[in-house]
Design a protein around this ligand. Structure first.
Ligand SMILES: C[S@@+](CC[C@H](N)C(=O)[O-])C[C@H]1O[C@@H](n2cnc3c(N)ncnc32)[C@H](O)[C@@H]1O
Length: 219
């Protein structure tokens, strides 16, 4: 498998991570990065503020800053262990990471990422977060969502099983006690339209194992 220069740069950022976390970070970069990058690259702003909500180790927050150093990027995640690893990269690229939502200044975002995180929020929390994001986006700003495509497929059953094991065994960190709250893509676009987002694109993912969907919406 060919490792692109971009992936190499990202891998390098996490050189000082603890071994157990490094394995997960490297796996995310090597096996899942390309499918997300392919779509995300179309929405990288020329300048301004970006929020990566549920940023995990900050891979995509750091990627955006690598692609465009003019961006002011903030990453938030409830996982203390993941934010601890993300913080080690701050001196290298200047992305600020936090596990305290009160530290996020919800104001004038050009782009907000919600990558593989909405599935952990109950529907009411999804709605409330998407409303807060709408209010904090600049006019024309984008929310870039990747979520799981809920269906009767074996791929969906598998991913649900795998996620429940990850939560049970504390893969996201011991303080992450979230449940699984999958919704169908029509329900998600309905929530977004109810808040007055304009749907820009809905793209089912073509990954062999994981049934993802990208939903991109604009204020
Ligand atoms: C599959 S990872 C994705 C991380 C990152 N967005 C990425 O693409 O690499 C899911 C992340 O959601 C975070 N998470 C789970 N429940 C959450 C919640 N209730 N609020 C915020 N983040 C949550 C986890 O800690 C984990 O880092």
């Amino acid at each position: 498998m060919k490792i692109s220069d971009e992936k190499r740069q990202l891998l390098k950022l996490y050189r000082d991570s603890s071994l157990a976390e490094k394995l997960k970070i490297y796996a995310r970069i090597i096996f899942n990065f390309d499918q997300i990058k392919k779509h995300l690259d179309n929405f990288i702003p020329a300048e301004g503020n970006v929020l990566d909500w549920g940023c995990g180790y900050g891979i995509f927050a750091n990627y955006l800053r690598l692609k465009n150093p003019k961006l002011n990027v903030v990453g938030f995640d409830i996982s203390k262990v993941r934010i601890e690893e993300a913080n080690k990269t701050t001196p290298l690229l200047g992305v600020k990471f936090t596990s305290d939502p009160s530290e996020i200044k919800f104001d004038s975002f050009k782009l907000v990422l919600l990558i593989d995180v909405l599935l952990f929020l109950p529907v009411d929390e999804k709605k409330s977060l998407l409303k807060t994001i709408y209010t904090s986006l600049e006019k024309g700003g984008i929310v870039f969502i990747k979520d799981t495509l809920k269906s009767e497929s074996l791929r969906f059953k598998w991913t649900k099983f795998e996620e429940s094991l990850k939560l049970k065994f504390g893969v996201y960190g011991k303080n992450v006690k979230s449940g699984l709250h999958y919704i169908e893509v029509d329900e998600l676009t309905g929530i977004l339209e109810g808040i007055r987002y304009e749907i820009v694109d809905v793209i089912p993912e073509t990954h062999i194992i994981y049934p993802g969907v990208f939903v991109i919406a604009r204020k």
